[in-house]
Design a protein around this ligand. Sequence first.
Ligand SMILES: [Zn+2]
Length: 522
Amino acid sequence: MIADTLIENVLIADGSGTPAQYGAVLVHHGVIADVIYHKERMGASPAAERINGRELMLAPGFIDAHGHSDLSLLAAPEAIGKISQGITTEIAGNCGLSPFPITDNNREHLEKLWQGYGEKLTWHDYRSYRQALLKRNPAINLYVQCGHNTLRAAVAGYETRQLSSEQLSTMKLMLLEMMQQGAIGFSTGLLYTPGLFSDENELVELLKVTAPFLRVYTTHLRSEGNKLIEAVTESIRLCRNSGQRYLHLSHLKTAGLSNHSKINQLLKLIDDTNLSGCPVITADRYPYIESLTQLSVALPSPFDELDDISLQMLLEDPGKFNEVVSALEQMDEQRLLNIRLVSTNSPQYRKFVGLKIMEISNITIKSGAWIVADILRQDAPGTMAAFSGMNKDNMLRILQQNYVTCGTDESARPKDFSLGVSHPRGFGSIANFIKYLCAEDTCSIEEAIARITSLPARIFNLANRGKIAPDMAADLVLFQPDRLQSNATFSSPHELTSGIDTVWVNGKIRYSNQQIIESTEL
Ligand SMILES: [Zn+2]
């Protein structure tokens, strides 16, 4: 047998968590054909091409368990933000937002939401989306879940609170079809419109559809702060009442100063549930303590129930604008001033990206409340902000749990800012995740690698990824563990990670020496 490539002279950390061993990996037609640990066999191995790994570490491609590249991977398929971290696979369709199913009820809204990507939404279901994506030859593998918010809006738009029984039946049929077509799981974003209108009955009925597929239910909880424990309890109850076995908590955290003390209760609730065996709970976390989401989530009631498009239209009315400003003035001022502007399409505010509202307020001599309302008036759907309020010790404790993997919670962005500005986690999560896990020798590098390879592969049923073993896809990362370092910061968020040498996706080199390697083959 003549194989394509032999990657030799490497320390193989195979994704299982066991100590790395010196050896070579034989790649044939995009698949790992052999893993060789004996020097004699290495020399004898037939290969068209031999690559000297210079005693660097070779690991399975890293898996981003929580990404949002659904559209960005079409617009910038080279996925530099992801592949430069060694990420070869991303799970998308998160937080209830997926690029399918699309109907006349949600098309216009989604087109506005994603207008920054300059893509026409020409597809309508999982299958046609996937075809559109594969035509672009993306650098990384993308597995997409069906999102509850998109699904609900496809049937009932963005304003319907209580669904009729016909609407719920239509949603169930559509969800079934998406799962049959290959959606990797089902996600909810219960903090966002229209997901926040859903009651337990609606969600249980939908989970009854997904349960027989034995795929994962991922959730952006209804609350990550004041009602955190209630929200986790709700999601466990939903699974138990529907027969859904696998529950995955997205970007697990204790948000808000007054909720930091809930960490023990949170971890105990998860441990107790896992001991009971039903559902099986896993989670992901980005290794940062500032979150990133739409600036509009800062708004208090009743404005928090508007979708971003309606909100922007409402703010054009001067009377309503003043109402929003007064509502914002009633909020905790420190919290408001600590919000950091991360990206916006507003020409007027773009120059303030990276600054906190407090700093913008000092420069413009306007109040924080007025500035937030004004930014939202100019660009509610496209303005992203970082919210402080997470606790570092809690983050480290969450990362230490053996069921927690890494999710960037970001879309793959180009190095320039043509598709908006990323949270630094879009370029630096993996290196930080490994750094925190390996700090103080609590975890070996091999165990840290297992958490971002075989663990997420198991969570999302990716049978042929996440390990270096014969017959697995040849997704590989050659890197220098002692030089691995995130360089992305809030003021310079698109800096590439150091220490990543070469990245193969399905047997092809797609990144090497800080450069994208173009692949013309489809
Ligand atoms: Zn989310």
